[in-house]
Design a protein around this ligand. Sequence first.
Ligand SMILES: Nc1ncnc2c1ncn2[C@@H]1O[C@H](COP(=O)(O)OP(=O)(O)OP(=O)(O)O)[C@@H](O)[C@H]1O
Ligand SMILES: C[C@@](O)(CCOP(=O)(O)OP(=O)(O)O)CC(=O)O
Length: 329
Amino acid sequence: MTIRAAKATAHPNIALAKYWGKRADGVNQPAVPSLSVTLAGMATTTTVAFDPALTEDTFLLGGAPADEIARGRVIKLLDRVRRAAGISARARVESGNDFPTASGLASSASGFSALALAALSAAGLDTDPTLVSDLARRISVSAARSAFGGFVELPVGSPGEGDLAAIPIAPPEHLALRVVVAVTREGPKAVGSTDGMEHTVRTSPYFPAWVASAPALCARVREAILRRDLEALGVAAEESALAMHATSIAARPGLLYWTGGTVEALEEVRRLRASGLLAYATIDAGPHVKVLTTPEDEPRVTAALAEVPGVKRTIVASPGEGARLLDRT
Ligand SMILES: Nc1ncnc2c1ncn2[C@@H]1O[C@H](COP(=O)(O)OP(=O)(O)OP(=O)(O)O)[C@@H](O)[C@H]1O
Ligand SMILES: C[C@@](O)(CCOP(=O)(O)OP(=O)(O)O)CC(=O)O
């Protein structure tokens, strides 16, 4: 009995134009276009081994068996790969994130992108990044973007269960960007992205306005990246993040991912801008503030954020590569 295994790594990505909300008439298709930068400096590494001797799929995350919901998402991806490859062997999956899991730092994005690549490779299937992206998107929409490096766009989906993959628009070295992550809380967030956006779509009177305005915001982000205009990029990215959070704050009951530290960090970003530094904020479905800046201004931005009450620590990241294979046996 042969065991076929592959090991892959992927980075999280941070959306500069946010995805928030799924299409009502699609299967895990986004309701709005999004655009992200893949981040070096944080990574997931995942090994998938299809072993005919196994009676069920196992999933170790960070050295311990993952909960049933997390394992269920992994099995969903493996089942798709098994169907495509015509194999029935169960798999042993081991994964580790070198940054906090499920706390708003996009562990689902790097996690499912690395898993998609490792599973396709271990099953002997084509590992073209577009196929990795489409497979990862079926489990977690933002994971589609981590298949590629640099600046990556994910268009809106289509009705039904059609294919949808992200598209790279510029390589990592295209723009000298730094992202300073101000970590404001350790530990997992109370409401995951999937549940948070489902609640927002269903109950927020602002959701239709968000869907109407997101394409223009995404276009502004894309154009600013293509002409290397970091200031215009920062303005549009901050608008996108605040508009996304406004939809959730207006849900019934309101969903607030922020803590006091989030607001303190946002205020510091405004003070830094007033003092002449390039600094714009974006926030995902969690309390951390991610600050877009230049390599020159990064040390001062990082030092200032580290002093903010409620900021526990900072992580500095730069544009990075897409998902890649480390090993195959
Ligand atoms: N390395 C991994 N391999 C497979 N699944 C993972 C991995 N890391 C995280 N996950 C899955 O992703 C879930 C966390 O995703 P969730 O979207 O709630 O939070 P997040 O990591 O903060 O991401 P985001 O910033 O996109 O919201 C975990 O509960 C687990 O199911
Ligand atoms: C706020 C976000 O990070 C939301 C990410 O949501 P997910 O992709 O984690 O949600 P699911 O598709 O349900 O898995 C914005 C973004 O990354 O675009």
